[in-house]
Design a binder for this molecule. Structure first.
Ligand code: BG6
Length: 364
């Protein structure tokens, strides 16, 4: 039931504050300010590598997870697209653990990767939305996302719930590995707890984002740029836009701009830049200058400080509330989803059921 919403995707975008809250509640003890000690088939203090693999949007959740695990827990992560992982025959050390991310728990390539790790004797966890799925049955531990049924083919709420699980798990890993002190844990948990409230504020930007989308819908190509955890979000923005609106889009790490995509920039090229004001903001500003100098149209997604400090002319600036760094990817995912959604609505495409795509891909 879509309720008052025009599409399931719209409904699912709006459900995010609530389902992020449910999901976090499973991994975080808010009262005591602690990441819950989960029963895992591995010991975060003893493993030396985590292999993450998944497909599509779930893969991008894993990619953001890599930044978190490496930064918060100093745990090296190998992240792979499942269809590559399964045939790559990656050597896995005895001290590895494997994590799979899947909304459906049925995606053929992810399942095959899971079975490869099983054969290699590596402990297996799955971040999964459908608890009765094959992956959930075959894993050693289920790390559920509590997003509820997701109907829109393009993942939205499952994605931000996957991110919520991964952020909480990275904090837990950081504590277990001695890189996060009890005080820092308290602080991080408090910041995680702010995600639902901030998400409901971000959803309210939709009127502005709808206007931006009206313009975007007139273009043939769109480039998305971001650094650090905003790089996977740039990939997600491009993925969402092409699958929903059929507009060609590419996501790049902003620092790669000058190594190729800059050749595409002219006055017909919109460039969506995802850049909250953080420690590398200035670096992204210089990439924006390179775009602006070639007449590219910049759509900047940032916060108040970022909007003030960016010295570049943009055609639109979407200003989010200030958010703690650890939850920024969860919140910046929302404007990216909304931009793709409204552009697709303007294009008149089948938003919930884009051509050639399936919700769950159980064949290779
Ligand atoms: C794709 C869907 O085909 O499968 C994506 O269109 C999804 O939205 C991907 O991210 C992976 O699916 P799952 O169920 O393994 O998360």
């Amino acid at each position: 039931d879509k309720g008052n919403h025009r599409h399931f995707m719209h409904k699912e975008i709006h459900e995010q504050p609530e389902v992020i809250s449910h999901t976090l509640g499973n991994y975080i003890d808010f009262t005591n300010g602690k990441a819950k000690a989960l029963e895992l088939p591995w010991d975060f203090a003893k493993i030396d590598r985590l292999a993450i693999s998944a497909c599509g949007t779930a893969y991008l959740a894993g990619l953001i997870g890599k930044y978190w695990f490496e930064r918060l827990a100093r745990l090296p992560v190998d992240i792979d697209i499942a269809s590559e992982f399964r045939y790559r025959e990656m050597p896995l050390s005895k001290n590895s653990a494997a994590l799979f991310v899947s909304q459906s728990g049925e995606t053929a390539d992810t399942l095959a990767s899971l079975r490869y790790c099983r054969k290699e004797g590596v402990p297996i966890g799955v971040v999964v939305n459908v608890r009765e799925s094959t992956m959930a049955r075959e894993a050693d531990v289920i790390l559920p996302t509590l997003a509820g049924p997701e109907i829109g083919v393009a993942s939205t709420k499952a994605f931000t719930c996957q991110l919520s699980v991964m952020a909480a798990l990275a904090v837990r890993a950081g504590v277990a590995r001695g890189h996060i002190s009890p005080d820092e844990e308290q602080k991080l948990v408090k910041q995680l707890a702010e995600a639902p409230r901030l998400a409901s504020q971000v959803v309210k930007l939709e009127e502005q984002i709808e206007k931006v989308s009206r313009d975007l819908a007139h273009h043939r190509d769109v480039l998305y740029l971001g650094r650090d955890t905003n790089f996977p979000l740039a990939l997600e923005g491009a993925l969402k836009l092409k699958e929903l609106s059929y507009i060609h889009a590419e996501g790049y790490a902003a620092g790669e701009l000058k190594h190729g995509p800059i050749a595409l920039i002219d006055e017909n090229m919109p460039v969506v830049v995802i850049a909250p004001y953080d420690r590398i903001f200035e670096k992204t500003v210089s990439n924006m200058q390179e775009v602006a100098a070639r007449g590219g149209k910049i759509i900047l997604i940032t916060d108040k400080k970022g909007a003030e400090k960016s010295t570049v002319n943009t055609i639109d600036t979407i200003v989010l509330p200030d958010v703690p760094e650890i939850i920024a990817p969860i919140l910046y995912a929302l404007p990216v989803q909304m931009l793709a959604y409204f552009t697709a609505v303007f294009m008149g495409t089948d938003v919930d059921q884009p051509r050639n795509l399936a919700k769950s891909v159980t064949v290779e």
